[in-house]
Write a protein that binds this ligand. Sequence first.
Ligand code: ZN
Length: 663
Amino acid sequence: MLPQTALHPHAPLQHLGAADARWVSGFWGAVTARTREITVPGMWDALRDPAISPGLRNFRIAAGLEEGSHVGPPFMDGDLYKWLEAAIAELELAPDAVLAEAVETVAALIASVQRDDGYVHTPTLIAARHQKGAPALADRFHFETYNLGHLITTGVRHHEVTGSTTLLDVARGAARFLEDLATNKPVELARSAICPSHYMAVIDLYRTTSDEQYLRLAEAFVRVRDDFEGGDDNQDRLPVRDQKVVAGHAVRANYLYAGLADVVAETGDDELRRVLESLWQDVVDTKLYVTGGCGALYDGASPDGDPWQEEISRVHQAYGRAYQLPHTTAHAESCANIGMILWSERMLALTGDARYADVIEQISYNALLASISLDGTAYFYTNALRQVRDLPYPLRMPGDTGQHPVPAPPASDERLRQPYLSCFCCPPNIARTLARFHERAASIGADGLYVHQYGGSSVRFAAPDGRSLALREFSDYPWDGRIEFTVEEAVAGGIPLHLRVPGWSNDASLTVNGEDAAVSAPGTYAVIDREWRAGDVVVLDLPMPVRMLRAHRLAEEATNQLAVQRGPVVYAVESADLPEGVHLEQAALRRGAVLTPVDGALAGTRIVALEGEIAVLPDAASDSLYDDLGTDAVGVAPVRLIPYFAWGNRGPSEMSVWLPVVW
Ligand SMILES: [Zn+2]
């Protein structure tokens, strides 16, 4: 047994931070470098340029440094905080004088506008500056608790990385404001708890200050929401402990449950943990896209089909019914997919169960990376699994949240990632998730070091009793399943090593210094418990055959269709890779067709594509809703499938993850 190292008493695993886990090479090394060199500085250039974004200017107006009115959605403050969190993560990884100056400038600016009662929200502060009445929490869609939650988390991270108390003091003030609400205005607080980042936030504050009042505050948030009679859209129709299925807005759901998992990590509330396990499993078993996308519906009603109309509420970017997973109109907001990572990593820490790390992998290599362009400069708000030309209805496009005026959406076949979205919640969320992705690599537990994700890590752990273990991963994962770890340092070397064997993996093998070692079942951790020496080599080999997946019989949109996956990567067909004259809807897979992995590049980024033949179905004879099948023969054509995350990087296109199957 290792000495008790967990700071969180009821979470058996604790992730390793930047001091002990890095992506230094390989796939994630490249993403990490792109995030640092392009995404984070490029986003700062946008946020501080009033011609592009009001993100910084709103604070400058609130501070009296500029004249003007608030511009942008009410959650714009939170978007600046999320960028700040990404920038702080970069400072933790390596010094950067320019970025550090930007961080301190923004931190001081935020601190300068905070009210004495701890409130910060530039729409209200600017209105007050103009002598306009603008009470706090006047409208639940002002997103004040969401903004304050991100402010608190960023303040905590600022203190942890820089040692400064500037934003930590702001975070304490913001928590004081929330505490006053919880005590004196519980209905207003519950009603305004939209996209509730504040549960995670006050637990962050508790962990960094050890001040119990913040843990009590998180518990108060739960009580307040459970007493509120709301609807499924915000998960407050039922008290949390009575919830059996996940419903409603997917960002709100995933943030809420992630925050509650943080509460469980501190309180050991087993009943709440079981509720969260069951809700998480409901998503994974019935509502998660094969890409890891969350929240299928643009809009709907819930509980769907309820006999009592008054029980039904409108739901927005919602999880929808079990197995209701449309492809073209998949909402799968980037923030919802990230929320599922936040929730899953907390469940992983609570349980040590590899299925949570499996889902983090599924989301990361597919929906998460698809939400940012290969060059790290442009973003998707929604993450559809299919794009077709000439749609007769509008798509929910970037910028279209339904909550503020937005430009008319472009034509459907022009859905491309955008460098700036008027609804900018997703891009900085993507940036902070990628900037902190090293925190998903590995954890420490009482029974050893756990490596969850592969793709070029350097991981070390030093136990308080003097034992230590440092590993360097060499792999071409996810393109190749051979993952080699070299022990770079081992002192008094008896720290057991746990390596995740992914749930998708069959016939995995494991060797230590060339000798076979026992490998565990898919979806578990293989454990190597030995006296380590520097130079030891561990090889986990995960065969990566091309797999064809079919969906559950009730997933109607995928009936008689297949999705292709190799390793953790889901593939798609994009029109640029179809022969001239073949439309997307004509492309079909043959059962047993040979698809060969081929090393290549797309838009300057290395990928492994799959090459082979597809069946070409007869083109539709007319544009009628129904028409005769006809007797034309099924043809054959060469095709290249590309990783789903790489689609949409070659201009407007059609694309589909699911393809019909010809038996
Ligand atoms: Zn978003």
